[in-house]
Design a protein around this ligand. Structure first.
Ligand code: ATP
Ligand code: MG
Length: 434
């Protein structure tokens, strides 16, 4: 077991064994300092050459940066040390030597380009500001799970290898499944819907989605983490309420439990939990307001999808999270229910951050006949989805839900300029390894 003392816990007066990476060695002649780094922070190790065993000094100061070492000794108060304490070593053991040439510099003194960083993610995550993103990501997911539990949801896991796609054929990754064509799942949409008709009724899933997006953009991945919600007896308005609760919970959790990480990222002063309720704008209002900004070369007309520049122009005006509701039925997927009083309008909604789309959701079509007709209208063969449609014949309650892009939530929360910063090992057009 790990019986070392974490550097953050080393107190003056302790006899401690610390272990970690050689962050830096500063040799001043008669005296030298080695900075040892572990997951909790850093500690100074002092070598007074004349007063110490030569072997000890040689081992401690001869080791290459980023090697793993174990140091045992007395912890003493030292005002001039970065953390106010230092260790006077009695023994130094080299646990794992690092090559003298490193592909990137974890001390951050030399900047590396994103591809180099992603190729060497292990070293990249030795940097405080990179590590902070993933500590925050973990806290965000924890808070989101807790919020879902608070909403009475059961966490589910659905298959990622599937026989059919749902979000449009072009974005599918085909694979071979024992000689049969199969796909990587684009969304847990159909499976989570099947669960609202089960005894579970209200569910959530946090899992990978796969999209064969053709273009490399700063906000698209080919493998992303989707945070999905679905509930029986919810309409779109209830689903939007749940969405607000979950997004706010993510911000609250990070605000409460990630003060150090926010500080490291320079966000301690500016980080804000979003306002109580997000404005709800109809699609029609949205296109009118976008047109009024004059930012687009061509005016949007009813039925157009919102172009990226349009989203941005509107986002700038809104200055906060907001929903776009009442989308034209024709540009929302077949499983989204139309409005009762106007079938040109759908119950679909998107949650927008000022800079991009975060969530798509809506009330679902739960009436068997309408659902099957919807498949046909979208050019999908209802027979291929029989496993799904069939369950709508055995008591499927009205229901609603949404899917939230996990990385986009991290990205917008922290103001990252590339979604890849929020993924350990991103998958994009160029990147299949590591
Ligand atoms: P966009 O129009 O921004 O490409 P979308 O409308 O195609 O997104 P949906 O199918 O609505 O995406 O998926 C729900 C959510 O999942 C999106 O709002 C987004 O947050 C996230 N998401 C979808 N595709 C990706 C992707 N390729 N990379 C990262 N996140 C994604
Ligand atoms: Mg969408």
């Amino acid at each position: 077991m790990d019986e070392r003392t974490y550097t953050a816990d080393a107190e003056p007066g302790d006899e401690a064994t610390v272990a970690g990476w050689v962050h830096e060695i500063r040799d001043l002649g008669g005296i030298a300092f080695l900075i040892l780094r572990d997951t909790t922070g850093k500690i100074q190790v002092k070598f007074e050459k004349d007063e110490m065993d030569d072997d000890l000094v040689e081992t401690g100061l001869g080791v290459h940066r980023e090697s793993v070492i174990r140091v045992a000794g007395a912890v003493e108060e030292e005002e001039r040390a970065p953390t106010g304490v230092e260790i006077v070593p009695e023994s130094v053991e080299v646990v794992a030597e690092a090559d003298p040439e490193l592909p990137l510099d974890p001390s951050g003194k030399v900047d590396a380009e994103l591809p180099t960083r992603l190729d060497n993610r292990t070293l990249d995550l030795r940097k405080d500001e990179v590590k902070a993103i993933f500590e925050i990501r973990a806290e965000l997911l924890r808070s989101v799970r807790e919020a879902f539990r608070g909403l009475g949801c059961t966490e589910i896991n659905t298959p990622k290898i599937v026989a059919t796609g749902t979000e449009g054929g072009t974005e599918l990754f085909p694979i071979t499944y024992f000689g049969q064509e199969a796909f990587m799942n684009q969304s847990p949409q159909l499976f989570k819907q099947l669960m609202v008709g089960s005894g579970l009724e209200r569910v959530f899933e946090i899992g990978p989605i796969f999209r064969a997006e053709e273009h490399n953009t700063p906000r698209h991945l080919n493998e992303a983490t989707s945070i999905d919600f679905e509930s029986a007896f919810f309409d779109e308005s209830d689903a939007m309420d749940a969405c607000e609760t979950v997004v706010r919970a993510a911000y609250e959790g990070v605000a409460e439990n990630c003060a150090t990480e926010l500080e490291t990222l320079g966000l301690a002063e500016t980080f804000e939990v979003p306002e109580e309720s997000f404005p709800r704008l109809s699609y029609e209002e949205a296109i009118e307001r976008i047109n009024a900004t004059g930012e687009l070369d061509e005016q949007l007309v009813w039925g157009d999808d919102l172009p990226t520049e349009g989203e941005r122009a509107l986002g700038e005006e809104m200055g906060q999270h907001y929903f776009i509701t009442e989308w034209p039925s024709e540009i929302k997927p077949f499983y989204i229910k139309d409005k009762e009083d106007d079938e040109q309008l759908s119950t679909g909604f998107d949650l927008m951050h000022p800079s991009m789309e975060l969530v798509s959701g809506g009330q679902r079509e739960h009436r068997y006949e309408h659902l099957v007709a919807g498949f046909e209208q979208q050019g999908l063969d209802p027979e291929a989805f029989e496993y799904y449609t069939k369950m709508f014949r055995y008591g499927m309650p009205p229901h609603a839900g949404w899917g939230l892009g996990g990385e986009r939530l991290v990205m917008t929360m922290l103001g990252l300029d590339n979604i890849r910063e929020a993924v350990l090992f991103p998958r994009d057009r160029q990147r299949l390894s590591p």
